[in-house]
Ligand binder design. Structure first.
Ligand code: ADP
Ligand code: MG
Length: 252
């Protein structure tokens, strides 16, 4: 499986109220083509910071971030703004809790605008996306008049229109009711499978996390993979979690 994102010993902290607060403490992870991962963790644990680092919106203090660009995994340490924006336009889709659509525009123009940034035009995949997302009847509607679930489906179409290799989603169902949230999750995973897009999704919902193959938990600056523990019997699970906890402490 092709690795598309690799983080090695990533550290990131912020000055908060005059003191330094370490948010990510030597984080190591790899994401592979087509892999789907749910990222959970307490509020303030650094989930959004991690996504922002992978998208190049936030710098790192130390460590190395490598991304798949022009067929090979390359360190981003020397990337200038130009390389970052090229990577984002070609290879990255993002979906936020707040839908972040261009509100004066209609559905079709929101999707076309995102494509135009990558010198692409409306194509048969856009028709397919809109059909599967149930947006065909809404294409000429202004996005501000749509329901939350509809707006998030537009945001998904916009994020996947250029068939990115990586989709970063930060609590994509956070503003939706349960039914709309589950629908969005089902569509998102189904569509990403068709384009072999890797998804890294922050969520607080166990139900949403279950749509992803892998589950990572971010706590005390480090990532613990927890999905194995869930597949085990309760006694084994608790010993696996203890082991993870021991690893976590040993890595500190
Ligand atoms: N730009 C920033 N300046 C200062 N502190 C920040 C900044 N971004 C995030 N933080 C702090 O880093 C920690 C992690 O934030 P965040 O990644 O948003 O957490 P999460 O998404 O897990 O809730 C929080 O304590 C937050 O206040
Ligand atoms: Mg967050």
């Amino acid at each position: 499986m092709k690795t598309i994102v690799s983080l090695e010993n990533i550290c990131k902290g912020f000055i908060d109220g005059g003191s330094f607060h370490q948010v990510l403490d030597k984080v190591n992870l790899k994401l592979h083509q087509g892999q789907t991962v749910a990222l959970t963790g307490p509020s303030g644990s650094g989930k959004s910071t991690l996504l922002n680092i992978i998208a190049g919106f936030e710098s790192i203090d130390s460590g190395d971030l490598s991304l798949l660009s022009t067929n090979s995994l390359a360190s981003t340490s020397n990337w200038l703004d130009k390389q970052w924006s090229q990577f984002r336009r070609q290879h990255l889709g993002v979906v936020f809790q707040q839908f972040n659509l261009l509100t004066p525009l209609n559905v079709r123009d929101n999707i076309s605008f995102a494509l135009s940034l990558n010198q692409q035009q409306w194509n048969p995949w856009c028709d397919e996306l809109c059909q599967q997302l149930g947006l065909n009847e809404l294409l000429s509607r202004s996005v501000e008049n749509l329901s939350g679930g509809q707006q998030q489906r537009v945001a998904i179409a916009r994020a996947l229109a250029h068939k990115p290799q990586l989709l970063l989603a930060d609590e994509p169902t956070g503003n939706l009711d349960e039914q709309a949230g589950m629908q969005v999750m089902a569509l998102l995973t189904q569509l990403a499978k068709q384009t072999n897009t890797c998804i890294l999704m922050v969520t607080h919902s166990d139900q949403c996390a279950e749509f992803m193959q892998t589950r990572w938990h971010l706590q005390q600056g480090q990532i613990i993979e927890t999905h194995l523990a869930q597949d085990l019997a309760p006694s084994e699970a608790s010993s696996a979690l203890d082991k993870n906890k021991t690893n976590l402490l040993a890595n500190k």
